[in-house]
Design a binder for this molecule. Structure first.
Ligand code: BYC
Length: 318
């Protein structure tokens, strides 16, 4: 038997040489577990992420806006499917993943536990939430695990469209009436800080970052990505003519970056622990959708069994 140590060395050498790890390759158990944790949390975020926006499909202000929003929400369902499939290649069953989500054992992104109270929130989600998601996900296109990296390439292309459609909603509001401009500012005020929290705890507090960077699952740290997001977004805010709700936001010539104020980590952990404004509502909606979809899953299984039986009978005759 090959000793684990040398298997681990070979594995790390492949990672260091930028060779993708594929499902049938040997991998350390902790690498597999980290990937299942991250990819499943990501998949759950995509499908829970459909809920705050789905809330506005029936109330979109025009047919054009409705078509755009529908397409975006459908894309998110698709992203969930790519990611659940990628996760299954690591040896976990989809039913088990749903069970973890529906019983509240699994995490999903904190951001989706905030309410969408006005139409401007749909623009703010596209601009800020998808904007933050892209910043984090572009690096994941180069993640070391092949199926995850390939899923991310496709997801990122679609996320760019999401970000653009959000920005365009806000740009339209910024050129509208005084009330529309106030609605835009209010949405940005509410979504700015939760968007910064999406990148996860600071590098000092992040439990998984160091190991995930060594394994090249993550290529950039939480703080690095957060800074990159702030730098890009401040410039875009100028075009929208909105104020970002942070009096400490200031260009720092020496660092070549924007400085920004402290994040309320107490709020972040409170939301992650299940006590955000919409955690209970989101979980209840997922459980209801899962229960109501039981007949579809049963029908799909029955169909597959019938097909297999037919094939077996046809083989017997032949
Ligand atoms: N919310 O050691 P850390 C989207 C947890 S976008 C909740 O830094 P890691 C979408 C973390 O799981 C959103 N929990 O962890 C956009 C860990 O807990 P556990 C989804 C969070 O994994 C628009 C603990 O805190 N994107 O889907 O190295 C429309 C310590 O953190 C959060 C992804 O999932 C959070 N914000 O880094 C629709 C991208 N942040 O597991 C949909 C893939 C941290 O030890 N994921 N935690 O119990 C990642 O890149 C990384 O997992 C993270 C965290 C950067 C999020």
């Amino acid at each position: 038997m090959v000793p684990i140590k040398s298997l681990e060395e070979k594995f790390q050498a492949a990672v260091d040489a930028e060779i993708k790890i594929e499902p049938k390759d040997w991998m350390p158990d902790a690498y597999r577990k980290t990937l299942i944790r991250q990819i499943s949390q990501h998949a759950h975020s995509e499908i829970v992420g459909m809920l705050p926006e789905g809330n506005w499909i029936s109330r979109a202000p025009s047919l054009r806006r409705k078509v755009g929003l529908l397409a975006k929400v459908q894309d998110e369902a698709g992203h969930g499917l790519y990611l659940y499939s990628a996760c299954e290649t690591l040896g976990i069953d989809r039913e088990e993943l749903f069970e973890q989500l529906n019983t509240g054992k699994a995490k999903y992104s904190s951001i989706f536990n905030y309410p969408t109270t006005t139409w401007a929130d749909i623009g703010a989600i596209g601009w800020l939430v998808d904007g933050a998601a892209i910043m984090n996900q572009v690096m994941l296109c180069r993640t070391s695990y092949g199926p995850y990296a390939r899923a991310m390439v496709r997801i990122c292309k679609e996320e760019s469209f999401h970000q653009r459609q959000g920005f365009e909603i806000l740009l339209t509001l910024s050129k509208g009436s005084e009330e529309q401009r106030a609605m835009l500012q209010d949405a940005v005020d509410r979504w700015w800080w939760p968007s910064l929290m999406m990148f996860g705890p600071s590098d000092k507090e992040s439990t998984h970052s160091a190991q995930s960077m060594k394994w090249k699952i993550k290529r950039k740290s939480n703080d690095e990505l957060r800074q990159q997001f702030v730098d890009a977004t401040v410039e875009q805010a100028k075009i929208l003519n909105v104020t970002l709700p942070d009096p400490e936001l200031k260009w720092n010539e020496e660092r070549g970056h924007y400085d920004f104020g402290p994040i309320d980590w107490e709020e972040f952990w409170n939301v992650v622990k299940g006590n955000g404004p919409c955690n209970k509502e989101r979980l209840a909606a997922r459980v209801k959708a899962h229960d109501e979809g039981a007949w579809v899953r049963d029908a799909a299984v029955a169909f597959a069994e019938k097909q297999a039986k037919r094939r077996a009978e046809a083989n017997k005759v032949a």
